[in-house]
Design a protein around this ligand. Sequence first.
Ligand SMILES: O=C(O)CCC(=O)C(=O)O
Length: 283
Amino acid sequence: MKVELSITDAQTIRDYAENGVCVVRNVLSPQWIARMGEATDRILANPGPASIEYTPEGKTGRYYGDFFVWRRDPDFNEFMRSSPLPQLAAEFVQAEELRLFYDQLLVKEPQTAEHTPLHQDLPYWPLRGKQIISIWSGFDPVTEEAGAVQYMKGSHKWGKFYAPATFGSSSKFADIYRKAGLEEMPDPDQLIRENEMLLWDLAPGDVVVHHPLTLHFSPGNLTATKRRRGLALRYIGEDVTWDDRPGTFIKNPALAKTLPPVNLTDGEPVHGELFPLVWKRAG
Ligand SMILES: O=C(O)CCC(=O)C(=O)O
């Protein structure tokens, strides 16, 4: 009899299916946290070509965003492949094999006022399929006051596909997203007030797993001294195909010029060096 070791349990996977989000505790070792904390600081000291400073100049704090960091940093590369996270992702989406779609670094230093706006992920992405999942890990302890991400319970089941929101006024994404022609989200503050938000204090090593249609946002980091260095890994399984519709983030020339050409046509299974195969079911 073959025994598959699993990282999470059936109840957690049921919670995820019901709520569109769940926490999985104690997945990453202290060694991974220390290594990725240092790697993050290296990136912050040497921002990449696709990075965005969301905090306007002259304001306190720093909200730093970066994409496809694994392509230029060996520790990010190793983390998305060899940490327990690809297997964890595969357990949630029940994939036979898994690719990394991309990694996104989201750092909010102390006294950062900028929120991450309420949004769903999938409207930004050129993807179709069910086996799509994000895992958010923090390399610091995370609390609500330090900007923990908050998720709208069950919103992945609403059948909504809202127009993407830009994360910062300095980013050039707004023009791209308008081309998507999607339904505008109603007043986000009201949605947040009227719906149950799920969030967790996280110890380093805990991760939050969320569905690509779950609405989520994060407040600023209002603490005086506590950093909030976060990394979201987006994994995809074998059922995921390319969606070449207009208005996705990959069509932003500022991002596209930092990446090799994506030679995928509409409806083609996602593959290629930009979306590396990182996990296969043992068999
Ligand atoms: O870290 C944040 O503030 C936002 C995270 C997010 O939007 C995501 O993980 O998809």
